[in-house]
Design a protein around this ligand. Structure first.
Ligand SMILES: [Zn+2]
Ligand SMILES: [Zn+2]
Length: 80
């Protein structure tokens, strides 16, 4: 059994509305990407623990082009 993030794998898109201006926010990808400088050799699993997010979630950063509001959204992983 392998859990994958549907957004990271291009299986689907998630529409997240900006809480500030109600525009749709853009998915900037999983938060772990932003920690690469600090943990280049860590496995995916360890990095997820650093994030404090459980294994069945992938934490994505969404940002609003309109007002620059950003939000971290937990994406539930699905079975491959
Ligand atoms: Zn993801
Ligand atoms: Zn906004």
């Amino acid at each position: 059994m392998n859990l994958i993030c549907p957004l990271c794998n291009g299986l689907k898109e998630k529409k997240v509305k900006c809480k500030n201006c109600s525009d749709y926010m853009k998915d900037y990808g999983p938060i772990v990407n932003f920690y690469d400088d600090y943990s280049p050799y860590l496995s995916n699993d360890i990095t997820q623990l650093v994030d404090g997010v459980s294994h069945d979630c992938c934490l994505h950063l969404f940002n609003c082009d309109n007002c620059n509001y950003d939000e971290k959204v937990k994406i539930n992983r699905v079975r491959k």
